[in-house]
Design a protein. Structure first.
Length: 335
């Protein structure tokens, strides 16, 4: 399947891991520079899937060398676009160094996305497609997503340096509540809490897993058990429970994304316990424990429409260092 005279777009499942390694190495450098994330864990998982020849997607070839890829995963009637990336320059030793590239990295990425969209949008079993291309600055691929019928949501990547966070935070909760560290058995009740906290929330438009307890538990499994967003840090993660019912009413989850960087993967409060300062307290607790375990900065992501959360994060000292886009396509009549 050719996109122009010099670039071929082929099924990703035709390729084994070693062929993609130079591309993933280059992408890992960009993750490190732009977001301070160590991409090696994610790359290792991708390489395992590539060796199984089961990862849906496409690869771009220039003169027989893979210079870009795109992939997705299927979850029932939904597809999630996991990533798209093309080499910003030819790999070292490539014959392409002796002459101009036939296409820029951006053009290659758009070509890969176009081929994937054609496949997904013409798959009758699919009702929904989601995408959050965290590495790509907001606006990078806006046009091709909109032309294909996607709704876009701008998101912010916020970071906080941890210099000076030496003293334990003040834990000030109502007497009927208790703060404690995360436990493995919190997974199911945390799923119920997330689905309650995100009811009618902007993020439930972006990730439909938030809409049900079962979907939220799948989201949590990906974070806690399968390193879906760095390596889960149970020492950092905490919950607030009702003493009488032992139900979770608030939580903060954190993961380590590099030796120096932590990431808040989730913070939420049940609606009837908001306006008590629980989210602020949990953010402070997570920051303190990240610092105690050697992190020098932490980050989190937030949807631009969630202005109340943004105000809280900025009041806590977070600043925006990067923006990216979430995109959703929903088949008419299936929402």
């Amino acid at each position: 399947m050719a996109s122009n005279a010099s670039i071929e777009i082929l099924d990703l499942r035709h390729f084994a891991a070693p062929v993609l390694r130079p591309v993933l190495d280059a992408e890992g450098e960009l993750w490190k520079q732009r977001l301070h994330w160590d991409y090696r864990t994610s790359a290792k998982l991708l390489l395992q899937y590539l060796d199984s020849h089961m990862l849906p997607g496409y690869a771009a070839l220039e003169d027989g060398q893979v210079t870009g890829y795109v992939f997705c995963v299927y979850e029932g009637t939904k597809a999630v676009i996991g990533d798209v990336f093309a080499l910003p320059s030819p790999p070292a030793g490539s014959l392409l160094l002796s002459r101009p590239r036939p296409a820029s990295a951006h053009v290659i990425e758009e070509t890969l996305l176009k081929h994937l969209f054609e496949t997904l949008l013409n798959s009758p079993q699919l009702d929904r497609i989601e995408s959050q291309l965290l590495l790509h600055p907001s606006g990078s691929h806006t046009a091709i997503f909109r032309e294909s019928g996607f709704q876009l949501f701008r998101r912010l990547f916020l970071a906080l340096p941890l210099q000076g966070v030496w003293n334990p935070p003040r834990v000030d909760v109502p007497p009927e509540l208790e703060l404690r560290p995360w436990r493995d058995e919190d997974l199911s009740p945390a799923g119920r809490l997330i689905s309650e906290a995100y009811r009618d929330h902007p993020d439930s438009l972006i990730n439909d897993q938030y809409r049900t307890a079962h979907g939220s538990q799948r989201f949590l499994h990906n974070i806690v058990r399968y390193s879906g967003c760095g390596v889960f840090s149970p020492q950092v993660s905490h919950v607030v429970v009702e003493r009488r019912t032992r139900e979770l009413v608030a939580l903060v989850l954190g993961s380590r994304v590099s030796p120096q960087s932590g990431h808040i993967t989730q913070v939420c409060v049940r609606p009837d316990y908001r306006r008590l300062g629980l989210a602020r307290m949990l953010l402070s607790v997570a920051a303190f424990f990240f610092m105690r375990h050697g992190a020098t900065e932490i980050s989190l992501t937030v949807t631009e429409a969630n202005t109340q959360a943004i105000d809280l994060y900025r009041a806590e000292g977070y600043t925006c260092t990067h923006t990216f886009d979430a995109a959703v396509w929903q088949r008419e009549g299936t929402a």
